[in-house]
Design a protein around this ligand. Structure first.
Ligand code: 1CP
Length: 353
């Protein structure tokens, strides 16, 4: 499938895109992973009436929920409201997102036959997502980037194989090591789904994409490089023609930063590794994104300000060390009990300090 880049918005005024490209942004860009969601009462009001997955296939609701944190916090990017399992659901995998748990798969994948039976994603099955992107772009001002996203093959595989959230990824790692052929076949299938899902969003006009390999930090660098990276590299390579910033993120991935940064334009860093140190690990020429610890937002205004100053200074040192730019974010998602006013105040500080 070949995709000509669709009509793009004017990116020259978006601080997030400028930071990713090594240009000087008008202000330090900031957004928060999971900025839409349970920390916002207006989100909880919508979700009281409708299930998580159902809301992800309703273009009007996706548009509204995506814009809620932008209206409140003056962040420099909106992230499409969706979930990493949405393309799997759209392809026909029997799964649900269970409140308080996360994705639950009816029939976990364990065998070669299971992998062969995994359905492919027809782009029309995520037409609601494309329509939502169009609606969001109609309302978003020209300085605010819309970030599309998808889960990376390893993190998607971990849910499909374990059947839900996992602590030790026992079945995933067992399959990966005992039957590499089946493993690679599964990763290739999931990479195809990820590519299609991101192409649909890019064709509809998103300004940047983030690939979430949230749980890749469970792997050694050697296993990551042989069993995962080839598939992720293909995902990133397929998106290159769109010319938009491509962000790669995972949790606890300090040892994987070099491998994860290779195919990407922007590397997400969690709070365990200072941004300047991340640049030493990945080398020059990539932007860094992060990395406030989400729990800092519970420690009171003095600590929040001190930590923001520290991350901004660290970001400056990262740029001096060769990063093309710094996009401020948390090191992982906003926790559901976070006071949204603390987030609004954090954005103000980041923009003024
Ligand atoms: O505002 C935004 O950031 C957009 C919303 C978003 C994103 C980026 C949601 C909505 N999901 C995701 C991606 C996602 N989903 C990831 C990668 C990001 C990350 O690491 O946090 C992952 C791992 C998932 C899987 C998932 N979906 C979980 C985690 C379960 C686990 O293994 O610990 C959970 C709890 C969900 C459900 C979900 N997705 C999104 C929301 C708002 C929710 C909660 C549902 C609810 O409100 O009941």
């Amino acid at each position: 499938m070949s995709h000509a880049p669709g009509t793009r918005r004017n990116h020259s005024r978006m601080p997030l895109v400028a930071a990713a490209r090594g240009q000087s942004p008008a202000r330090r860009p900031v957004w928060f992973m999971r900025q839409a969601g349970r920390s916002l009462p207006e989100y909880r009001a919508i979700r009281a009436e409708i299930g998580m997955l159902e809301s992800c296939f309703d273009a009007d609701l996706v548009c509204e929920i995506t814009l809620q944190p932008v209206r409140r916090h003056d962040v420099d990017a909106a992230i499409l409201f969706s979930d990493i399992v949405v393309p799997l659901k759209a392809a026909g995998v029997d799964l649900d997102i269970v409140a308080g748990t996360g994705p639950v798969i009816a029939a976990p994948i364990r065998s070669t036959a299971d992998v062969e039976a995994l359905p492919r994603l027809d782009p029309s099955a995520v037409g609601a997502v494309a329509r939502a992107v169009t609606k969001i772009l109609d309302q978003l001002d020209e300085a605010t980037a819309l970030i599309g996203f998808a889960g990376a093959p390893f993190t998607l595989a971990s849910y499909l194989i374990e059947g839900g959230p996992s602590r030790n990824y026992v079945h995933t790692k067992a399959l990966m090591r005992s039957d590499p052929d089946t493993w690679h076949a599964l990763m290739a299938r999931l990479a195809d789904i990820t590519i299609t899902f991101l192409q649909v969003q890019l064709d509809a006009g998103v300004d940047a994409v983030q690939v979430f390999d949230s749980w890749a930090g469970a792997l050694s660098e050697a296993d990551y490089r042989t069993l995962v990276a080839p598939h992720v590299d293909r995902v990133f390579a397929e998106l290159a023609e769109y010319g938009v910033p491509r962000i790669h993120f995972g949790v606890g991935t300090g040892e994987l930063l070099a491998a994860m940064a290779e195919p990407a334009d922007v590397i997400g860093v969690d709070w365990r590794v200072p941004l300047e140190e991340a640049v030493h690990r990945v080398g020059p020429g990539k932007a860094v994104q992060g990395n406030l610890d989400p729990t800092v937002l519970f420690a009171g205004p003095a600590v929040v300000e001190q930590e923001i100053r520290r991350v901004l200074d660290d970001g400056r040192r990262a740029v001096a060390a060769g990063a093309t730019g710094h996009i401020v974010n948390l090191g992982h998602g906003v926790l559901p009990d976070t006071d949204p006013d603390v987030l609004t105040r954090a954005v103000e500080l980041i923009h003024t300090l």
